[in-house]
Every structure is written in structure tokens, then in C-alpha cells.
Write a protein that binds this ligand. Sequence first.
Ligand SMILES: Nc1ncnc2c1ncn2[C@@H]1O[C@H](COP(=O)(O)OP(=O)(O)OP(=O)(O)O)[C@@H](O)[C@H]1O
Ligand SMILES: [Mg+2]
Length: 303
Amino acid sequence: MGPGPRRPDPHSVRGVRVGPAHRQPRGPRPAGVRRAADPARAVPAARHRRTVLDCVAEGDREETVSAILRVQDLSQRFGGLHALKDVSFDIIDGEILGIIGPNGAGKSTLFNAIVGVVPPISGHVWFKDEDLVGVPPHEVMAKGVAKTSQSVQVFDEMSVLDNVAVAALLKNDSIKSAREAARGELEFWGLQSFADVIAQDLTLAQRSTLELARAMMLHPAVLLVDEVMAGLNEVEVDQMLDRMMQANRERGVTLIVIEHNMRALMRISHRILALDYGAVIALGEPAEVSKNQRVVDAYLGVE
Ligand SMILES: Nc1ncnc2c1ncn2[C@@H]1O[C@H](COP(=O)(O)OP(=O)(O)OP(=O)(O)O)[C@@H](O)[C@H]1O
Ligand SMILES: [Mg+2]
């Protein structure tokens, strides 16, 4: 394997400027993320999403776009284990960011720190100019940042419909309206014909999809997806990817997706971030990151 391309600056968002819509509230701005010099250059809202994706895809355009979530110097320790080491990166509104890394690299720990399930020992998670660190998980969720768990967590004894309706109750006043909303969500994910099935009778792929449906029922602005495709066959993976991309495109949800299935991640991600031993070792376009020598070495176990 030849040497990979120059390692991208893990803090930079290539070709993308952080616009006036996102003010840096405190602390130093991560290196490489520049503020638009002229606010008049800000991209009008109507053109915003397309421009964001164009920027990420082309990598060399200078446009004014917003970071919807900014992770800054996030660290986590479990006893003597330094599970996250000053992790910093931005996620652009409307982006799909893939996260890779060997087992134990700190991927799930990063998600738990972002949503407050296991708060970090230091660092910040800026969401709409508010630091989420210290905010309880249910409030983080209410603010618009939701997470699926690595092990599918559905209520086995309940029907598929009620599994989703429970989540819908957070946004609906009555059980009737929650069930109606849940039916719509099931339809989006292709589970409508399983509405009355008890969740424990679903296949793994259906259960994983149900987990996504429950999370999307909360109408998150940012959804963190932790290995929902584990154990699925290629056809099931492709179906899930199609629906996730549709949710991103049509419902505007920004996605951060942890996945070991590199083919899946290459297909869905605008950019990929690689973690190893709790530190960011690469961040950039999928093709670039997959060839990055540090990433290749991390997966082969080279010290
Ligand atoms: N609550 C905890 N207490 C102690 N150690 C933990 C805790 N959570 C995670 N760890 C440790 O932190 C490290 C990172 O774990 P994490 O689950 O984030 O890895 P991962 O990248 O998600 O791995 P995988 O791909 O296997 O899911 C591991 O060494 C793990 O054992
Ligand atoms: Mg994990």
C-alpha cells in the first residue's frame, strides 16, 4: 500500500466557511474554520442546503455555510483510560458525516458525550450557539439532537406502532395523535404493514429500522446513528441507506453515522471522520480518508 494523501487537518472543513449564522460563543475557533469576511456573501436560506452539499462534495469552493454542531476539544476518561483526546470537528447543516475507527476507538463514547449520556470531562458541544455539555440527555433530545443506540433498544412486548407512538408522545398531546404520527413514520420507513406486530417478532433489519423510526419521530435536527447496520445483509443495508438518505434530503436531518461497513459509509457520507485511540486521525472526503495511511494502519493494527 503506497503512502496516502496528505493527512487533512482534523479541524478543518475544506472549502467551507462558517457564516454569521453560527456565532462562536466562547473559546478559540478551531483552526482552519474561517468566518466569512463579508456577511453580505452569506448564502440565502433557500440556496443553503444545496450549497452546503456542493461545498462538501467539491471540496474547493469558498461558500458561507453554517456548522449545526461544533465539537470542541472533547475529552473523556474512564479511570486510567483516555477514551477521547481533545476531539474537535464541525458538522455542517444538512451533512451526512460518517465515523469510522477500530473497536474501542471511542466512537460510541463520542456519541454518549455529545448527547450527555456520559458527559465528557472537558470540552464543548456547541449546538445553535448553546453548549450541550452538562445538559441532561432528555433535554438534549428535546433541543434537537437524538441518538440511536449500538444495541437495538425497542420495547419487545409492545407493537411496532406503539414503539413509535411512545416516542411520538413527546411531540403530541394525545395517544390518538401520537399513533397517527407514528403510522406516518412507519410508512416512511416501510414498516407500515408490521404496525400491529409485536416488536420481538421482527427480523434484525426490521428492528434496526424501527429504532431509526423511533428516533426520527422526535424530529431531530441532528441524528447520531450508532451501527444500525450491524448484522444486516447487503440488500437490507442498501434499503436502510436509501431511507436514511431520503430522510436527510427530504426532511433535512443532519446525520452522523458510526459504521464498520465501509461500503455503506462510502455510499452515504459527504465526509468521513476517523478515530483511533480516542483521537481524530483523519477527516475529509470518503475516498481520501479510506486511502489515508494512518487510517489504513489503524485498521491493520500498526503501532
Ligand atoms: N462507561 C465506561 N466505563 C469504562 N470504560 C468505558 C466505558 N465506555 C467505554 N469504555 C471504554 O472506552 C473505550 C472506547 O469504547 P467505545 O465503546 O467508545 O468504542 P467504539 O469505538 O464504539 O468501539 P466498537 O466499534 O467496538 O463499538 C473502550 O476501551 C471501552 O472499553
Ligand atoms: Mg461502539
